[in-house]
Design a protein around this ligand. Sequence first.
Ligand SMILES: N[C@@H](Cc1ccc(O)cc1)C(=O)O
Length: 412
Amino acid sequence: MGIYEELVARGLIAQVTDEEKIRKLINNGEATFYIGFDPTADSLHVGHFMALCLMKRLQMAGNKPIALIGGGTAMVGDPSGRSDMRQMMTKETIQHNCDCFKKQMSKFIDFSDGKALMVNNADWLLDLNYIELLRDVGACFSVNNMLRAECYKQRMEKGLSFLEFNYMIMQSYDFYELYRKYGCNLQFGGDDQWSNMLGGRELIRRKLGLSEEDAKAQAMTITLLLNSEGKKMGKTQSGAVWLDPNKTSPYDFYQYWRNVGDADVLKCIRMLTFLPLEQIDEMDKWEGSQLNQAKEILAYELTKLVHGEEEASKAQESARALFSSGNAEDMPTAELEDGDFKDGAVDLISMLVKAELVGTRSEGRRAIEQGGVTLDGEKITDIHFTLKKEDIPEDGLVLKRGKKKFKKIIAK
Ligand SMILES: N[C@@H](Cc1ccc(O)cc1)C(=O)O
């Protein structure tokens, strides 16, 4: 089985430009491929992680990766698939985020000895001259086609600024630049990037004066990771699941995956881990309590990839300790009564006091601010966090303070 077939079997590929050409390229290790990451935050998240894993898989099959950091494109902001305009970021923020991305990426991908390249499109985009660019590449784009692009669909009614409309041109220019500089012949990215990637492929084709059949640059998109309810995975009530351990602790990261739904666990293992497919096919037959074992494998494997083996084992031990005490009959319980709810909701500090995990409200506030409080494995740092009565499941929620103190919270 070649790497292309493996990617298909793992359910990773959404769309491709020319299947036969891409199959040949990547199975023979002949691709120099790139993926771009706009530095929109100070940490990578689970979506980026999927892309980095794909980069690694292709690298392991002998292809050459280029990781592009979008220090230039982040100045514009990608409108693809978004319903509103992003807030414009300052140059300082973009620079800071670029530095964070670079550090994190080097942990996943081996950039030593030219095995992979890291580039920043600020190095060429920021120097472009408007009139020259218009003459050079502007003539290759049809506004009529651009307006029909899938990625702007959501914006045709709400409005699309001229700033954002230019994003596709910038990303297309990147592909052209990397093609010229490094012979980059394949771009991949999330499925929402399809139009931007086709823009680049078309630009290269036109600049080289080739027919559609002879196009040199290919594009391929990765399947979005959706749960069985069709919702994007990698998000919690309090936001994204980050790869930076200071933003999402290894324990919380572990718990996120330990708690995926029964219907999603095998799909996640297939798409996200490097376990061999034969082993995963075996697990496909698992059911009942074996699914919990599968969830542990998923959580452990991913935590190991992101935070290392030691952190993964630690997270697994803490989770097991909590789980076994959670299962035992003698799990300490705190019952909330009607009087504890104001307008149908209870605040986190009151819960901590009621559960006797803290002595006073101010101790509760401090514990939350210091990041020591979790609710069902999810860290909560907002002292104003409240929970509606109907959101407390019948079998309760585990409220935890620090490593060792916890209680099951039940609503009467
Ligand atoms: N537009 C991509 C990032 C990107 C930036 C520049 C590129 O050349 C390619 C991709 C995203 O938002 O995810």
